[in-house]
Ligand binder design. Sequence first.
Ligand code: PEP
Ligand code: MG
Length: 543
Amino acid sequence: MMKFTGKGVYGAIAIGKIAVFERQGMRVKRVPISDPAAEIERLEAAKAVALTQLGEIYEKALKEVGEANAQIFEIHSMMVEDEDYNDAIAEMIRSQSINAEYAVAMTGENFAEMFASMDDSYMQARAADVKDISNRIIACLANEQGTGELSDEKVILCADDLAPSETVSLDKDKILAFVTANGSANSHTAILARNMNIPAIIGLGEAFLGEVQNGVTAIADGFTGELIVDPDAETLTAYQKKQQEEIEKKLLLQKLNGKENITLDGTRINVFANIGSVDNIGAVLLNDAGGIGLFRSEFLYLEKTDYPTEEEQFRVYKKVLESMASKKVIIRTLDIGADKQADYFHLEKEENPALGLRAIRLCLKRPEIFRTQLRALYRASVYGNLGIMFPMVANEWELQEILALCEQVKEELTAENLPYADVELGIMIETPAAAIISDKLAPMVDFFSVGTNDLTQYTLACDRQNPQIEHFCDTHHEALLRLIEWSAKNAHANGAWIGICGELAADTTLTEAFLRMGIDELSVSPSFVLKVRDTIRKIDLRK
Ligand code: PEP
Ligand code: MG
């Protein structure tokens, strides 16, 4: 058994036999010619054939991956006719009296290098496209097809790289997964694989190609980016189980896609997802969540060695908002301290860190850090439907200070002519104090979101990090449920809405109880979204 790790670009699992992709001979020789005009004519004829082929590939892609993704082949056609590209080839044929194949290959290499050296990752990915069209023209000059043939059995296709046109030209019904040594997540090959719903792993490194052989069994895990060659029996069984679970999840998705989260008696509730990074958005969309109910922004700070700047944060928040279009995105402000530490904050060692300088307490003590984050959030607010939520609030005065700071930030932005949108403001209910005085806090905010992980810890005096006391940490404890119910009652009495974003939100044995309390939103890990939605649709509150 051997394991290789790359980057999964489409989350699904494939188990099957390996086929190594064979490209037909594309080795190009430099051949002197005596009649450059005739050579350019030969080139023009080959380009015409290439354009016809690209038209056919476009039609195939249109059917298989939709118009937006098929467009790349229109762009390929435009590249074939690009003036700079063609001038460079013709000039090489004329000035060096060389064959068209060689001139196309060299020009393709030069253009690809130019794209690859650009800063923009989108432009870098275009290097593969220019190589692709150059290979196509060369194949047309030699009257070759350019893509490999596959056997009848479905296979995990392993290649050094796959050009977009190769990806689309392959018979989708014969491919279990694409696995490549090179490639980028932004390349059209990756995008096409995603749209063809075929598991794909890229960037495994050249070494892996030396280790794979036709006909050997392998597992391609598009979630983790792992390729397991010749798995042992135990691994194979574990993956077969995982694959089956994924199939069941997909069926559930088909059943629920686009459907409302409504109980049999007509009660509606939002089901959102929790994320810790932009990279999780794919999973949010894949599981058809109605929005993001908790973006733990502290991970942005934890993965760095210094404070993320306003600009860096702005870009991340903007991306999340844009990716979710008009769906609600609730970003929680920095919740650092306790178990989440970053050296550059230089926080003093505390006897009881969970009861110490964490989350909003730290933000209020170090307002310069807080203000930077609030500025980034408000600036990003124009790109979607933003809610901001504050963790670990326990006092009314804390909330007053938070709201005053938000006002200050908005005034600053107005003075700087920087736009911002209406933003819903909310607090997490994760201290018993906040739950108990929720009647006082609710009139000051648009929403509450119950952080049951911390609310459990603080209500039951159970350290959430200590496995020894797990048994005492009863997440169904009546005290906890009463605090949630009380908070819901006070939220609604004051025109605010209430959600739950702690792990308990995904406990489907409590979904009905939460609905009866009038909870308006449940925010859970992306992988739990469908299960919770399915549960909701089976509940009847009239019973
Ligand atoms: C919670 O406490 O329930 C919560 C959602 O926040 P975190 O788990 O990040 O502390
Ligand atoms: Mg918490």
